[in-house]
Write a protein that binds this ligand. Sequence first.
Ligand code: EPU
Length: 337
Amino acid sequence: MAILHENYSLKKYNTFGIEAKANYFIEFDTIDEIQSFLKVHPLNNITFHILGGGSNILFAGDYEGIIIHPNIKGIEIVEENEDSVLVKAGANEDWDEFVDWAVTREYGGIENLSHIPGVVGAVPVQNIGAYGVEACQVIEKLDAISIESNKQVEFENFHCEFDYRNSVFKKEYKNLFIITHVYFRLSKKPEFNLEYGAIQTELKNYSEVSLKNIREVIIKIRESKLPDPKVIGNAGSFFKNPIVETRFAEKLLAKFPDCPNYELDNTNIKLAAGWMIEQCGWKGKQVGQAGVHKDQALVLVNLGNAKGVEVLQLANDIKKSVLFKYGVKLEMEVNAI
Ligand code: EPU
């Protein structure tokens, strides 16, 4: 049954571990519960936010409105052929447990996305990615409820307008749909993606390349660089890696040849924001209770009792210094509300 809480602490619901309160907080276990609620409370003229695992959010203060938390579970194979399976997963399944489920059954495609905090429903929203793989490569479709019409809608992959850490659900459809299930096409004959140098190096310590070993290596790499949100509050990469025009990048790289960069196509190059932030002297810095992680400058951390605004202030100062030194505007990956 849907439970409505009033004046509810969000500390447990954001991996930054920021103390903030929501006027109202409601959890739904089923699609029926969502639809019954929307029938009575159509949410027009009400401020609301759909919250998944809270691993990509920064609460800048208390939330004056309703937080909607879909608590839909379940993992099932809905289609199978010689080469692949189509797996339907509920929005509130823990992402890494889902990856583990797939790897254990030797279904390939998401092993490189091991150990990313968050839940299944948030995966398409920001098109999570790591180590040469993006979620959009395996998402076949998803089910959502339209807040406007209160009807179930199916989105095929191409409807989602996936892009680097982006989708239609962060743009024109922001806050218009509640994602309930995501369908992943996983391979029974996986092709391993080992383009990331550190994975290849680590795999040399194993007798074979397998989904299980790749997952193990990735967990090891992530644990060595990224802080565990259960120990130190954070939301993964705070900024996106900036994508700039090749002409601009060439000038910049002539001046700063060490800046890691990846050619995306003929006209665009992605630069490493973490490197630039480190070069500006921010790595390991603390400002009040907010800080920059000591091993990965792209990650901002809550050192104890940071307020959302403290983290935002630090983020703005970092943005200013990167703009000043490199002429590059950093964009936040984390959603600040
Ligand atoms: N670098 C530095 N200093 C730093 C951080 C990075 O010099 O403090 C350099 C690294 O040496 C490397 C380059 O920058 O040459 C890229 O660093 P890394 O491989 O650690 O990855 P990233 O670009 O910083 C991205 C994703 C991560 C993902 C990794 C691995 C974004 C915004 N972040 O980080 O995703 O795990 O690649 O694929 O695209 C996340 O989104 O929350 C996240 C953690």
